[in-house]
Design a protein around this ligand. Structure first.
Ligand code: CP3
Length: 320
């Protein structure tokens, strides 16, 4: 989860010379960053270096990344006219550079290391498009959802179709698994998730399923509506650290695979505490019939993390 990023000295070195968008736009550089964690960490899979917000460029929302502030959207969506004005575009023409990076990374990766492609889920993308950047309360997003439900559903269905097709394009380029990131969906009530979001996530995942590769459905803070979140789709359900992994299996059924669920902050804990948490997850995941387990963090590696601590967790999981 964000295994390539600012916590890695090699990545910071490249970032001194290139902006994050430059890294994403260059298939050669994006492939290079994708490979950085494989050798350094010994992880089992690579995730293509890109960002969930890249489709905002062809959608002409005006995407920027401000140092220390995260993403900024210059022309946020505020009303029905803004949604109707969203252009249609060719994924191949406008986001083909991501597929080119996938082709290059696939060729450079060892055969036994699968490459994961990804996209943002309709809700999380809509939240950035409406707020104009990161948010703590998602006030504008939820107000839009309640005040203009028809326009909301139109926006999310446009994003669902777009992301479903974008994921299929990534699989055609060589991605061997696909991950849909719904990072901020945990801000919703269970009822609102079911009414305003789940049908669109379901649509995006159903389209992506046409690619015939495993789908990972990622969310944070979903424990209050985990059954509905899992029902929206995905061969693998990703959970954060707010629910024990065995309790999550009981809720969604033992045949479903789960990804998770170490707290990224555990990587800042003393080694003994960190390792205790890793072993606890492995113990709770052991000996179950059916669906598998992708050991992962519940969210991205934090910039202040020591690379050796990440490596130690990878080694501990492999040796257990
Ligand atoms: O190894 C990898 O996972 C790298 C590829 C990757 C990036 N973004 C690169 C990136 C992935 C999978 C993402 C997904 C992404 N982007 C999500 C979903 C997953 C999650 O973390 O919740 C979201 C919500 C975004 C939007 C985004 N992009 C934010 C909020 C930020 C700012 C984060 C910060 O801490 O400043 C970004 C920028 C970004 N995208 C970075 C990276 C490595 C930060 C590093 C940099 O500025 O160079």
């Amino acid at each position: 989860m964000r295994q390539a990023g600012r916590y890695m000295p090699q990545y910071r070195k490249l970032r001194k010379r290139h902006s994050i968008l430059d890294l994403c736009h260059s298939p050669e550089l994006a492939a290079e960053v994708t490979l950085q964690p494989i050798e350094r960490l010994g992880v089992d899979a690579a995730i293509i270096f890109a960002d969930i917000l890249l489709p905002f460029e062809p959608l002409r929302l005006g995407l920027r990344f401000e140092a220390g502030e995260g993403p900024k959207i210059d022309r946020p969506i505020r009303d029905a006219a803004d949604v109707e004005r969203l252009p249609t575009f060719s994924i191949e023409a406008e986001l083909g550079y991501v597929c080119d990076a996938i082709r290059l990374a696939r060729r450079a990766l060892p055969a036994e290391v699968p490459l994961i492609g990804f996209a943002g889920a309709p809700f999380t993308l809509a939240s950035y498009a409406i707020e104009g950047g990161a948010s703590r309360t998602f006030t504008k997003t939820k107000a839009f959802m309640y005040q203009a439900p028809d326009t909301w559903h139109l926006l999310l269905s446009r994003l669902a179709d777009l992301m479903g097709n974008y994921l299929v394009a990534q699989a055609r380029a060589g991605a061997q698994a696909l991950q849909l990131f719904d990072s901020w969906v945990g801000c919703l009530s269970p009822d609102d998730y079911r009414t305003f979001v789940a049908p669109h996530t379901k649509r995006a995942l159903a389209l992506a399923a046409g690619a015939g590769v495993p789908l990972i459905h990622f969310g944070i803070g979903t424990a209050t509506f985990l059954e509905d979140f899992a029902a929206a789709g995905g061969d693998v359900i990703s959970i954060d650290w707010r629910i024990p992994i065995d309790a999550a299996w009981t809720r969604i059924g033992g045949q479903r695979a789960i990804q998770g669920n170490l707290d990224p902050v555990a990587l800042l804990a003393p080694a003994a505490e960190r390792d205790r948490q890793v072993k606890d997850i492995l113990k709770r995941a052991a000996g179950r019939p059916g669906g598998g387990h992708i050991f992962n963090l519940g969210h991205g590696v934090l910039p202040e993390t020591d690379v050796d601590a990440v490596r130690a967790v990878v080694d501990l999981v492999h040796d257990s």
